[in-house]
Design a protein around this ligand. Structure first.
Ligand SMILES: C=CC1=C(C)c2cc3[nH]c(cc4nc(cc5[nH]c(cc1n2)c(C)c5CCC(=O)O)C(CCC(=O)O)=C4C)c(C)c3C=C
Ligand SMILES: [Fe+2]
Ligand SMILES: [Fe+2]
Length: 340
């Protein structure tokens, strides 16, 4: 049978987000998220009673208030951007001569990974590329996404061929899209701030000691971005945000680092979150509200947050190149031999 490119699909996967900024919605979301052993790898007998008996009694209400501060008329920013990215990526792949169905999928909440894979199977899709919106690989995020894929496979009788994208932390198109967004920000602000802070989501240090390549990949992304922007080492720094719990996470931590910069008398700082493909609670509320306030209270003046790549044309073009690199040639083994 000749190769039919419309039989290919991309499952564009993201973390997921609560379906409302309310305590009950947050309880459902956090129970699924924090109950995932890839995310919190403490012994279940210790962790689950603590999660259900303590954390899920207080955190949902506190987190709901934070989500309420960033909620849009169309819902959670993360959900809105992921849907737009999927639609735009489908258009970009079609324009590039590679018609491919693109569906968004969420690891926690809806639309669930398994349900979307079933939709593709029902539609007769032969090949599905699983593309997580995590440029840097971590077992806490990327591997957990693959767990959800394999969880569906285990219960399915017939499924598409799959390819899984581990990471693209050093992909030239990703770095170029980041660099272009920083340059556009500089242009709009009349030039660079005194320092560019690149803040990535943290993970426990222990995960890295056990072999998670995440920290190394964040460092590579940061160095490549600094290089693309021709920033000398004293003009940028890498930090890790969103620490959860009491364990040591990757350092330096974002908020204390910005407080230190404020105390040192730095007047202006540009802040970008290169590991987040779309704006979300951790960027809009934690960075652009909480960390901004901490910087200003410590004596800093101009805190200039650079939005995530979201559905910007440069990012969609980059995603199309990344997807194309994995789709190219796939399924051609059964195509008729060329007789040239
Ligand atoms: C408890 C441990 C957590 C680990 C490990 C972790 C890793 C991790 N997370 C992201 C991306 C996002 N995390 C987001 C929210 C969020 N993260 C945690 C905890 C861990 N994350 C919690 C409890 C929450 C929920 C909000 C809260 O109650 O504080 C988000 C935002 C989601 C949204 O709806 O806007 C993103 C995105 C990465 C990339 C990562 C490891 C590399
Ligand atoms: Fe997180
Ligand atoms: Fe946070």
């Amino acid at each position: 049978m000749p190769h039919d490119p419309t039989h290919s699909a991309v499952l564009l996967c993201n973390l997921g987000t609560p379906d409302a900024a309310t305590a009950p919605a947050l309880r459902r979301y956090l129970a699924q998220f924090l109950g995932d052993a890839r995310v919190v790898d403490l012994p279940r007998l210790l962790w689950l009673p603590l999660l259900h008996g303590v954390i899920l009694r207080t955190r949902p209400r506190q987190s709901a208030a934070k989500y309420a501060s960033i909620w849009t008329p169309d819902g959670s920013p993360l959900a809105v951007y992921t849907q737009r990215q999927a639609a735009a990526l489908q258009d970009a792949l079609a324009s590039a001569g590679r018609p491919t169905r693109v569906l968004p999928a969420m690891r926690y909440g809806q639309p669930a990974v398994g349900a979307q894979l079933q939709t593709l199977q029902n539609a007769g899709v032969r090949r599905a590329l699983v593309l997580p919106l995590y440029p840097q690989y971590s077992a806490t995020t990327t591997a957990s996404m693959f767990d959800a894929v394999f969880g569906w496979l285990r219960g399915a009788r017939h499924f598409p061929e799959l390819r899984l994208v581990n990471d693209y932390h050093d992909h030239p198109a990703y770095i170029a899209a980041l660099a272009a967004s920083v340059r556009a920000h500089w242009q709009a602000r009349g030039g660079p701030a005194q320092r560019l802070v690149m803040s990535f989501h943290g993970i426990p240090e222990r995960n890295v000691q056990r072999g998670d390549p995440y920290a190394e990949q964040c460092r590579t992304t940061a160095q490549l971005l600094a290089q693309a922007l021709q920033l000398p080492p004293e003009r940028w720094m890498l930090t890790f945000q969103s620490r959860f719990g009491r364990a040591r996470w990757l350092q330096p931590y974002t908020q204390p680092s910005l407080e230190a910069l404020g105390r040192e008398g730095l007047t202006s700082v540009d802040v970008i979150c290169p590991g987040f493909a779309s704006d979300c609670l951790e960027t809009l509320e934690e960075i652009d509200m909480e960390v901004r306030q901490a910087f200003v209270q410590a004596g800093g003046q101009d805190f200039r947050y650079i939005p995530c790549l979201n559905d910007s044309p440069a990012w969609i073009a980059a995603l199309a190149r990344i997807a194309d690199g994995h789709l190219a040639g796939w399924g051609m083994a059964h195509a008729p031999e060329s007789t040239a």
